[in-house]
Design a binder for this molecule. Structure first.
Ligand SMILES: [Zn+2]
Ligand SMILES: [Zn+2]
Length: 271
């Protein structure tokens, strides 16, 4: 990289850790309210409810939404500290983040993006199973499960210790795999959108999704909603791969979703 360019870049990123922390806290919180709040307004608006009343949708209580928002504010603070750590390490030239897209070839942008998602999915699956261990659940994961029927507000609701463990993946990966800024932003955007989708609610998405030949391989609201009903099933984040090979996916869940939602919710396997 051109030395002059690198110097200018360092100057632009030459702020204190505290400055980054506060700036990221604002950005992450604004992102949460915009994406989770916007999706909630769209999918849970009173007009939509009244139009689709025949589906007997599950309406989460305002009290549980408030609890989710409170936890999400703490999570935003933890992810802000993690982001400040990454940028401070980058400005000290300690990470493998790079800024010239040609450095590893354009093909590498896509490959590195997919690799991070695959690694993050595995990291999430195994840490998530660990959080459900009786001795850890209360400290690390109880907060996320307060909502039996999640909403987009649940997407970022983690106990502080769970948020620390989740953020460690990103803090670690930037020291191991070369990642362009664009790739990093693409991963963060995917993370945000996917988390909101997974917490859309059991009854808000086309029910054909789990049956689709491609949909079967991806986790979506139907798949993750079952995890909020039954803790021993469906631990994955993006892909159903780990749940399938390690036997934590309900083999009949696709078939159950072909029935009515009230029946799925009342299913003896999920109570
Ligand atoms: Zn869980
Ligand atoms: Zn969840």
């Amino acid at each position: 990289m051109n030395a002059k360019y690198k110097d200018t870049e360092f100057k632009l990123l030459d702020h204190s850790f505290g400055f980054y922390g506060i700036a990221f806290f604002g950005i992450i919180l604004a992102r949460y309210f915009l994406v989770a709040g916007g999706t909630y307004l769209f999918f849970y608006s009173p007009l939509r409810q009244s139009l689709e009343i025949q589906h007997q949708k599950q309406i989460p209580s305002w009290q549980s939404i408030q609890k989710d928002i409170k936890l999400s504010v703490f999570s935003a603070a933890i992810f802000a500290i993690a982001s400040a750590l990454i940028v401070s390490a980058y400005s000290s030239n300690l990470t493998r983040i790079y800024s010239n897209p040609q450095q590893y070839g354009l093909w590498y942008l896509g490959v590195s993006y997919l690799s991070v998602l695959i690694l993050q999915d595995a990291y999430f699956y195994f840490t998530h199973r660990l959080f459900h261990h009786p001795s850890l659940f209360h400290w690390l994961h109880k907060g996320h499960h307060r909502s039996r029927y999640p909403t987009p507000w649940t997407s970022f609701a983690f106990d502080p210790l769970e948020a620390i463990v989740s953020s460690l993946f990103l803090v670690g990966i930037v020291f191991i795999i070369p990642l362009h800024f664009i790739t990093l932003i693409a991963v963060l955007t995917t993370m945000t959108i996917w988390a909101v989708l997974n917490h859309l609610g059991i009854d808000r998405f086309p029910i054909s999704f789990p049956h689709h030949w491609l949909g079967k391989w991806f986790i979506g609201p139907a798949h993750h909603s079952i995890h909020h009903l039954k803790y021993t099933l469906h631990y994955g984040l993006y892909f159903t791969f780990w749940d399938k090979i390690l036997g934590t996916q309900d083999p009949n869940y696709e078939e159950k979703f072909a029935r009515d939602f009230p029946e799925v919710i009342a299913d003896k396997d999920y109570t």
